[in-house]
Design a binder for this molecule. Sequence first.
Ligand SMILES: [Zn+2]
Length: 361
Amino acid sequence: MLKAYKFRLYPNVEQRIYLAKTFGCTRFVYNRMLAERIKSYEENKALDIKAIKYPSPAQYKTEFEWLKEVDSLALANAQMNLGKAYKNFFRDKSIGFPRFKKKTNTNSYTTNNQNGTVYIENKHIKVPKLKSMIKIKQHREFNGLIKSCTISQVPSGKYYISILVDAENIQLPKTGSKIGVDLGIKEFAITSNGEFFHNPKYLKKSAKRLAKLQKDLSRKQKGSNNRKKAKIKVAKLHEKISNQRKDMLHKVSTQLINENQVIVIEDLKVSNMLKNHKLAKSIADVSWSEFRRILEYKAKWYSREIIVAPSNYASSQLCSDCGNQSSQTKNLSCRTYICSVCGMIMDRDINASKNLLKLAI
Ligand SMILES: [Zn+2]
């Protein structure tokens, strides 16, 4: 199974020059090949276009020596991409003829890992042709063989690398552990083992700052330069919050998947709860639905089981000890479940997660 991981890159000045060169060369090769194909298409409309032989990037190198300064796999991938676009066009003319790549929208190139030429070591990544290693912020570990990677530069100037990993046959050892996970508002998740996963404080901080920046933006005159600047600030913070949130969701889901064979979660009707305005923001912040999606695909990767409780299962209203049902916890401010039948006293969320766990047994 192939998996893609995206990380931020921090190239130094020298490396940036090399990357800019490679972006340029791959774009050049792509556009030059496209120009040749367009010319030949105009001249040979009646011929079988697929039968015509075109020069390869290797042949270009004798004509344009500077192409030798960059990764030849990057050039080969540019050729392959054009080949695909071209084939698609002949298969379905409505797709349109491949277009020339402009400098503004295609600052990226793809290379392959041939015989271990791509690897990560000491927070740096080695890519073909470049002698020095580029600093990488690898916020997530992965197992498996690196197949290829695509380095890109986004309009804000940041660099990213998307790494395609072959994770076939990588399995976690089977475990007998089962767990119920209650998703909350105050805490992000509470498990039937009594473990709390807190909502990170920085998320709250960022959300506060976002509200302020959005207010600033609304005050700026339309069409003004200051408005543009404020807009970029808002966009950047949005990106940051989304990354912070994803980071948390991955950490929690990875731990749960690593440690448990079966995970039981609630079927949260998020859209229903969003109507309650007060809760809306915190729900958006913790993004339960995103969490469920991540849990489910990781479970598939590692042969774990996710059980989703039926939506009518009153996990927070049942006593996890004797099974008696009480409506005391319908009030969200009631933090402790006190059973009037058996006398059990327990944190409301831990009680709920213990009830979820029962669905796995
Ligand atoms: Zn009870």
